[in-house]
Design a protein around this ligand. Structure first.
Ligand SMILES: Nc1ncnc2c1ncn2[C@@H]1O[C@H](COP(=O)(O)OP(=O)(O)OP(=O)(O)O)[C@@H](O)[C@H]1O
Ligand SMILES: [Mg+2]
Ligand SMILES: [Zn+2]
Length: 509
């Protein structure tokens, strides 16, 4: 009985697991059996592998072929196993010296003509292989640059199955085919447009965006059409510091699995920005799809900004799905084969008109909505979702007089944000938190210590019933960030007052 073996990697969420791929050839009636809990797409792999081997000019062994993928219990999704299955069959049939491929990891989908097609998730897959001590990886040529981003990986990019077999010494002719272009989904990780200097006037709202950036607070902007809400929100990511190494690897892995990563510029080092349209489905926000599930916008915004423009226009179902990532920092996509987890720790930014006609605040014009309409419109985003949004401010229509002169640039404000973040990093060193927006209210209250009488302002709000207890915690959080931005060691009474205004859309409630 002839035996050929090689390796591949299966992904569950972002975690890769090395899969052993073993082909046995037996002198029995010709057949081709794949075992090891393959999903539907793996069954299709049989036909692709068989056709691809034929296209190389190598002989398909006329025997009973059993390919076993183990560990059997690991769910194996996606087309990335084609190449390893083909290589194991060729090794078993002694198209080349079988040992040569045994410790090499093979990733890639095969075309019927033997061409190697790029796959999603190459970065986390190669990282898992290297972590398991397997440094030699063969990937589709278009994926080689991405694979090479993993430190310690020895990467070979190949165009066709014939090229792979040839490397191991098989006697094949190398076909002259162009590189298959990478599979890249539209959108993806991009730099948000524009500089903060473009936003004139709106001192309060600009300050709110700065506070949100400094403390990692979720943000709501409410105002009439044309006030600059979209402009302001899209300038928030530019104020955030670069990702650190671990974050960059994680964010890049998410975009690799989503198919939205372009390895041209190396690892993604800027916080991502995702602004799904209000016609988006829950699956496109949270993730899903058959086979290897794709991370949704909430995960693609991991360590960056998720912006819901015209938030009340989003279906309630979509808004509801955000509660899980807001609470746990990840989403779980359930599959028959098991659950895939993707990180989703984003900063949420919501923009909304105050009412359907848009004139209820900041215009000086009469609102033509009935009060029930008004409440229903805004009620969609209120409740548990809005309760988590620390900064809630009004953005009134800009007056013509404000649209002159110069405003501070993104670079200037980002420098203050960086200082405020450094102060927070020092304060929360040794804790799981890095920015005030993540710190539980109890901890913040203890920290206020001897200045606890500053809490009067907050307590009054709670006593009057205009601030919920959670709202009071949010105000404390903001007061610390206001102090950090001003370079103060602890919040003053004024800082708490400003925080109350930032939380309550300037109404002091
Ligand atoms: N503060 C501002 N400074 C400079 N230009 C502004 C400002 N506010 C609005 N504009 C101009 O008005 C346009 C519309 O702004 P933007 O789309 O951000 O408003 P919006 O509040 O999001 O409105 P809508 O509710 O209709 O979406 C901008 O493209 C810009 O040209
Ligand atoms: Mg807008
Ligand atoms: Zn109205």
């Amino acid at each position: 009985m002839a035996l050929g073996r090689t390796r591949a990697v299966g992904l569950v969420g972002l975690s890769g697991h090395v899969v052993e791929v073993e082909a046995h050839l037996a002198s029995a009636l010709p057949a081709f059996v794949l075992v090891g809990l393959p999903d539907a797409s793996l069954a299709e792999a049989r036909d692709r592998v068989r056709a691809a081997v034929g296209s190389t000019g190598l002989t398909w062994p006329n025997r009973r072929i059993t390919v076993n993928l183990s560990p059997a219990a690991l769910p194996k999704a996606g087309p990335a196993f084609d190449l390893a299955v083909a290589v194991s069959v060729l090794a078993a049939s002694e198209a080349f010296e079988p040992d040569r491929a045994a410790r090499v990891v093979h990733l890639g989908e095969l075309g019927l003509d033997g061409r190697l097609r790029p796959v999603r998730g190459v970065l986390p897959a190669v990282a898992a292989a290297v972590a398991a001590g397997l440094r030699d990886v063969v990937v589709p040529e278009a994926d080689a640059a991405e694979a090479a981003l993993v430190p310690g990986a020895r990467v070979v990019g190949c165009r066709t199955l014939a090229h792979v077999a040839h490397r191991y010494g098989a006697a094949v002719l190398l076909p002259d085919v162009p590189v298959a272009p990478p599979v890249r989904a539209a959108g993806g990780h991009r730099r948000p447009p524009g500089d903060l200097a473009d936003v004139l006037g709106q001192a309060e709202a600009r300050g709110a965006v700065e506070v949100a950036a400094a403390g990692g607070h979720h943000l709501l902007l409410v105002g009439p059409p044309g006030a600059g809400k979209t402009m302001l929100a899209s300038r928030l990511p530019g104020l955030l510091p670069d990702l650190d190494e671990a974050e960059a690897v994680e964010v890049t892995a998410v975009h690799s699995v989503a198919g939205t990563f372009d390895p041209e510029g190396g690892l993604l080092r800027r916080p991502p920005y995702e602004d799904p349209h209000h016609t988006a489905t829950p699956a496109s926000i949270i993730g899903g799809g058959s086979g290897q599930p794709r991370p949704g916008a909430a995960s693609r915004a991991h360590r960056g900004v998720l912006f819901l423009d015209e938030a009340p226009e989003f279906p309630t179902a979509v808004l509801q799905t955000l509660r899980q990532p807001l609470e746990h920092g990840e989403v779980v996509v359930h599959r028959a084969a098991g659950a895939a987890r993707y990180p989703a720790r984003f900063q949420l930014v919501l923009a909304a008109n105050p009412c359907p006609c848009g004139r209820a605040i900041g215009t000086g014009l009469a609102c033509s909505c009935r009060s029930l309409e008004r409440r229903r419109y805004f009620g969609k985003i209120s409740g548990p979702l809005l309760d988590r949004v620390d900064v809630q401010v009004e953005v009134p229509a800009v007056r013509r007089a404000e649209l002159v002169g110069a405003a501070e640039s993104t670079a200037t404000v980002a420098a203050r944000v960086a200082l405020a973040r450094a102060a927070q990093a020092a304060r929360w060193a040794g804790t799981p938190w890095r920015v005030n927006g993540e710190v539980p209210g109890r901890v913040l209250r203890e920290r206020l210590g001897p200045d606890a009488d500053l809490l009067d302002l907050v307590d009054q709000g709670v006593d009057r019933g205009t601030l919920t207890l959670r709202g009071a915690d949010r105000v404390l959080r903001l007061a610390w960030t206001v102090a950090d931005l001003a370079g103060r060691a602890a919040p003053t009474r004024d800082d708490v007052g400003r925080a109350v205004a930032l939380r309550t859309r300037g109404q002091g409630t």
